[in-house]
Design a protein around this ligand. Structure first.
Ligand code: EPZ
Length: 416
């Protein structure tokens, strides 16, 4: 297990390039199962989670080839197996996104229930509600789900919560269903729009992605397509917050400013200077940040994935901030780690009250989920003395070469 050591505080300066969005690429890889033709995904970020998703579609019979230029070709000519292995699903819950495509393509899928994880129970009831409404026959037993459907039928489905995964899974299933499917109270994240764009390139008829109502008119078959996914708005947000928290001056390149509006708004409220350009954003803060109150919400609200990095910035801001996590029920695991570094945080139900301190102090801490790991790197950059972060594999799931990118901005950070 590798460890990252942030050796000293650092005001980040310079330019950093953002990689493609993990949470766009994962469902798009699953969507390639909907056609027997070849699909090409360019400039993918070869993250751990992406490698697992490639393994999953491989295990079902798809041929894949990832070349040195990070172009991934996938051809699911023949689906040889209808069961995704227990180990793979346990490794990464997003593998559950193959359920919709497999039901639509073959009418049969057996998949182990994805486990919960550090941030919550992560149920899949809304995914199953959608498939059942479309005519799938679903049985649960021994930790597995089995689902069958001769041909899925278009239906109108209301999501009790605008779940990203459920919206994606149902949209992919609906692409080959008979008739029109309407998803009400759908998630509006940019990754949903990117998946819809890929599906439409394959010949699907998806309308309304990015709003709370998505209509999918099923077609008989889909063809191969080429695509390059949107930039990772959470990686971009992480570097924006790191620049502001360390009172640095950073140009973040290859980002869609629209996608990070909530972070821009909050950093401005905290007193940072944020300038938006066509495909880049510059964040600089000469003064210590001011406190701010934040509530995480589904897009276009403040993203839950930015809750822990933003909490770190609050830890060294002037004044007391309140951050409320409304999306996941247990996404405060990083608080005990931040307190080891001298942060003053009290938890009150789904809210954390953060009393800003001048400086944190380096300590031995543990990454509890991929975003919490990134938050601890930012904390290390705002601390006196070295910070040792263990369980770095969490961070590698969502950030490609994070220590290289931080070094490029002046940080002294090593992986041992
Ligand atoms: C996606 O997870 C992301 N993962 C998460 O990013 C992100 O935090 C989350 O969306 C919210 O934005 C990927 O895209 C691979 P949800 P997902 O379904 O789809 C409840 C990261 O850091 N819910 O929108 O699993 C659920 O319990 C990861 O990259 C149900 O109740 O999120 C949660 O409270 C972490 N029933 C809420 O909805 C369901 O059937 C949001 O979950 C499904 C979800």
């Amino acid at each position: 297990m590798s460890t990252l050591i942030v050796e000293s505080p650092c005001r980040l300066q310079g330019t950093v390039n953002i990689s493609c969005a993990k949470n766009a690429i994962l469902p798009i890889i699953a969507a390639t199962l909907l056609t027997e033709d070849r699909c090409r995904l360019e400039d993918i970020a070869a993250l751990e989670d992406v490698k697992v998703m490639i393994e999953v579609v491989n295990s079902l019979g798809a041929e894949t080839n990832l070349d040195g230029a990070n172009t991934l070709e996938i051809t699911a000519k023949k689906i040889e197996r209808n069961e995704a292995s227990y180990e793979l699903i346990r490794k990464m819950r997003a593998s559950f996104l193959i359920m919709g495509p497999m039901l639509a393509r073959t009418g049969k899928v057996k998949i182990s229930l994805p486990g919960g994880c550090a941030i919550g129970s992560r149920p899949i009831d809304l995914h199953l509600k959608g498939f059942a409404a479309m005519g799938a026959n679903i049985t649960l037993g021994h930790g597995y789900i089995e689902a069958y459907a001769d041909r899925l039928k278009g239906e109108s489905i209301y999501l009790d919560f605008p779940s990203v995964g459920a919206t994606e899974n149902i949209m992919m299933a609906a692409a080959l269903a008979e008739g029109v499917t309407t998803i009400e109270n759908a998630a509006e994240e940019p990754e949903i729009v990117d998946l819809a764009n890929f599906l439409n390139k394959m010949g699907a008829r998806v309308k309304g992605a990015g709003t709370d109502t998505i209509k999918v008119e099923g077609v008989r078959e889909l063809k191969g397509a080429a695509h390059s996914a949107i930039p990772d708005r959470i990686e971009a947000g992480t570097f924006m917050v790191a620049a502001a928290a360390t009172r640095g001056d950073v140009l973040i390149e290859g980002v869609v400013p629209e996608h990070v509006k909530p972070i821009t708004a909050k950093l401005k409220e905290m007193g940072a200077e944020v300038n938006e350009y066509e495909k880049s954003i510059r964040v600089n803060a000469t003064e210590r940040l001011k406190s701010v109150d934040i509530k995480t919400m589904p897009y276009p609200g403040f993203p839950t994935d930015m809750q822990s990095p933003m909490m770190t910035a609050m830890c060294v801001a002037k004044g007391t901030s309140v951050i409320t996590e409304t999306v996941f029920e247990n996404r405060f695991m990083h608080i005990s780690e931040l307190k080891l570094m001298g942060a003053k945080i009290k938890v009150d139900g789904r809210s954390a009250i953060v009393e800003g301190v001048e400086r944190l102090s380096g300590a031995k801490v543990r990454a509890t989920d991929l975003r919490a790991g990134a938050a601890l790197i930012i904390a290390g950059l705002c601390s006196d003395g070295p910070t040792e972060i263990s369980d770095v594999y969490h961070i590698d799931r969502g950030y490609i070469n994070i220590e290289e990118k931080m070094k490029g901005l002046g940080a002294s950070i090593i992986r041992v």
